[in-house]
Design a protein around this ligand. Structure first.
Ligand code: SF4
Length: 392
């Protein structure tokens, strides 16, 4: 039986040759492998060499998703990036939501593999009409937010933009890929791999179409049941009201909120960066495509650096930049989150680095005066890391 939920095609994009090629995927693979992760691991092994440096041009950046993605099933709203990780020198994966996950399958591919290194800064547009390679000279050096704004102005709003910032360009090993400004494929250094390929941005566009189910009648019935369950779920209501910040009180009350570089389990004044504080500055919940939960928080806040609007902070950012570095003012936390997103760095690793820097500084291991909650020093250090200057 032909597995459904898939297109049974992959797209290989060769940046050095400015070429793309469509290839069939054996229909049995969809049954043998487990979803997008299975495809990602399978093609990573197949397309890379043993002992390859993660920044070697032959490293690949793979995008893949599972059988429910691009169907009408709600919350199946994630796209996986797979690559050899510059963080671990091993298998790397990072998942992201936003508007991008549906696109590869909508335009006809279960898997997109990007390989090679562009001879100069480039961005690509992937659509049902093929792949376009465009000079990105004037985008190089721009933040992720600037890049997204420029590309949407140039190519229209009906696109999804995945781009890197200055950190990815400089191959900071935990650089992330930012999707439509506010969603990040943050883990394992996917943005650094993109930077090593001179690839500033990937744009997806196209009308696309849902992937058909094997049994449409049964499928519609199950969809109805699923929507009912989602509507009734208390967990969903809480996530919709507070986003992932709902975890902050739970973690603090139970004593497992990562604090002071993993030495404490509760942050004094955690309420300042907790769910009620974030709710007080909420503009609107921000959903990924086809997700009724809408856990994303689009917020606005006045800071000493000016008014900031972002989607965030998520629980992981709250504990990493708030807990581990002991930031208990919401405006400061939001600003650190904003800088990480704009420069294109993973907030979880960056928060860990800030805490590590404090402990290393105390022990005289680094020449940097920094202490917990010292925002000005954190801002300086983040800039040094993003631009790989001085100790960064
Ligand atoms: S909005 Fe939240 S719950 Fe829904 S897919 Fe995105 S990250 Fe997941």
């Amino acid at each position: 039986m032909i597995p459904v939920g898939y297109r049974n095609k992959l797209l290989v994009i060769r940046l050095d040759k400015k070429k793309s090629e469509e290839k069939p995927i054996k229909t049995s693979l969809g049954r043998e492998l487990i979803g997008g992760k299975g495809f990602g691991a399978y093609f990573l092994l197949k397309y890379t060499k043993k002992n390859m440096d993660p920044f070697d041009p032959s490293n690949v950046l793979i995008m893949a998703s599972g059988p429910l993605n691009a169907t009408k099933v709600p919350i199946a709203s994630k796209l996986g990036f797979f690559f050899k990780s510059p963080m671990t020198n091993g298998y790397g994966e990072s998942y992201v939501g936003g508007s991008i996950p549906k696109y590869p399958k909508w335009i006809g591919y279960d898997v997109v593999i990007i390989t090679g290194k562009a001879p100069k800064p480039t961005y690509i547009i992937i659509s049902d009409e093929g792949v376009e390679f465009i000079d990105a000279k004037e985008l190089w050096g721009k933040t992720t937010i600037e890049t997204d704004n420029i590309l949407k102005k140039r190519h229209g709003k009906n696109i999804s933009v995945a781009c890197i910032g200055p950190a990815g360009e400089r191959m900071v090993r935990y650089a992330c890929i930012c999707i439509d400004k506010w969603r990040q494929a943050g883990r394992c250094g996917a943005g650094a791999v993109m930077g090593s390929k001179n690839l500033k941005a990937i744009i997806f566009t196209g009308e696309g179409d849902y992937v058909d189910p094997a049994n449409p009648v049964e499928f519609e019935g199950l969809l109805g049941e699923l929507w009912e369950k989602i509507r009734e779920s208390k967990g969903v209501k809480r996530l919709r009201e507070y986003g992932t910040s709902a975890m902050v009180p739970v973690a603090n009350e139970m004593g497992f909120f990562p604090t002071k570089y993993w030495t404490h389990g509760t942050l004094d004044k955690w309420e300042n960066i907790g769910p009620e504080s974030i709710k007080s500055i909420l503009i609107r919940p921000n959903p990924c495509w086809n997700c009724p939960i809408a856990c994303g928080r689009y917020i606005r806040i006045n800071t000493r650096w000016g008014e900031i609007e972002i989607d965030g902070p998520e629980y992981e950012t709250i504990y990493a930049m708030g807990g581990l570095f002991c930031v208990d003012k919401l405006e400061d936390l939001v600003y650190l989150n904003y800088l990480a997103d704009a420069f294109g760095m993973d907030t979880i690793t960056l928060g860990n680095i800030l805490g590590l820097a404090v402990e290393a500084s105390k022990r005289g291991k680094i020449k940097l005066e920094i202490d917990y909650g010292n925002i000005n020093m954190a801002v300086n250090l983040i800039k040094m890391i993003a631009y790989r200057k001085d100790i960064g």
